[in-house]
Design a protein around this ligand. Structure first.
Ligand code: CA
Length: 246
């Protein structure tokens, strides 16, 4: 990727939109949900069975999964249980879609670890409202105008970053990288996850590009004698974290 492409891509804020993974085997419903959610300002990807859903969750780390109960291969509740079992995906909010309105199914869905459930046939207005409500609850950072961690502060409206009151100038990629870390403090992200979430899936960038931008971010954040807030986790990736006291 050339410098020019990086800069152009850096101004694209599509990646800042909350990313919803729709898991549903009925094409018409996927099309309808995709159209509605994109119009409402979400980024949408789709899986048509449970196995694909698990794979995409690990690869893309969506902000929320809209999960149909009745799926081929693995049921929605199996998918939900498996997401909850793995550290990386345990925190991804899940809204279950179910055609069956009985109380027992609702209880089973919530027992499997779903955050909310919607009964089919659903109204699109309701789906959007529920998604927003769950995101507000589970990912307050995505709705905030300011993100903070330790002595770091990011003002999203003014695109301004400060550390201990000192202004920090960041390039567009470093800004998005830091924003991502601030939304998920202390969580470790692999290079591949960072590429998917900060650069986007459709962009071809080598994994070591992540290291280059992490280095720039570190350099910008860490002034004289300040603690390094970016933790390198050997063979795992990077996290925004407080350094260990030595
Ligand atoms: Ca279905």
């Amino acid at each position: 990727m050339t410098r020019v492409q990086v800069e152009r891509f850096g101004r694209d804020d599509a990646l800042m939109k909350p990313h919803i993974l729709v898991v549903e085997d009925e094409d018409d419903i996927v099309t309808l949900l995709r159209y509605t959610l994109e119009r409402e300002g979400f980024r949408v990807s789709a899986a048509t069975n449970g196995e694909e859903a698990l794979l995409l969750c690990r690869e893309q780390m969506p902000d929320l999964v809209l999960l149909d109960w009745m799926l081929p291969l693995l049921s929605g509740s199996d998918v939900c249980r498996q997401l909850r079992r793995v550290d990386d995906t345990a925190e991804i909010p899940v809204i279950m879609l179910t055609a069956r309105g009985e109380e027992t199914d609702r209880v089973r869905g919530l027992n499997a670890g779903a955050d909310d459930y919607i009964t089919k046939p659903f109204s699109l207005v309701e789906v959007v409202a529920r998604i927003r409500a769950v995101l507000r609850r589970t990912r307050p950072g995505s709705q905030a105008s300011q993100l903070t961690f330790a002595d770091l502060a990011m003002d999203l409206a003014n695109h301004r970053v400060t550390r201990d009151g000192r202004n920090i100038h960041l390039g567009p990629t470093e800004f998005r990288l830091l924003r991502h870390f601030l939304e998920y403090p202390r969580r470790v992200f692999s290079r591949t996850q960072l590429l998917d979430r900060v650069w986007g899936r459709d962009v071809y960038v080598e994994a070591r590009t992540v290291d280059v931008h992490i280095r720039r971010l570190r350099k910008a954040l860490n002034g004289d004698g300040e603690k390094d807030l970016i933790r390198t986790v050997r063979s795992a990736g990077y996290a925004l974290d407080m350094p260990m006291e030595t």
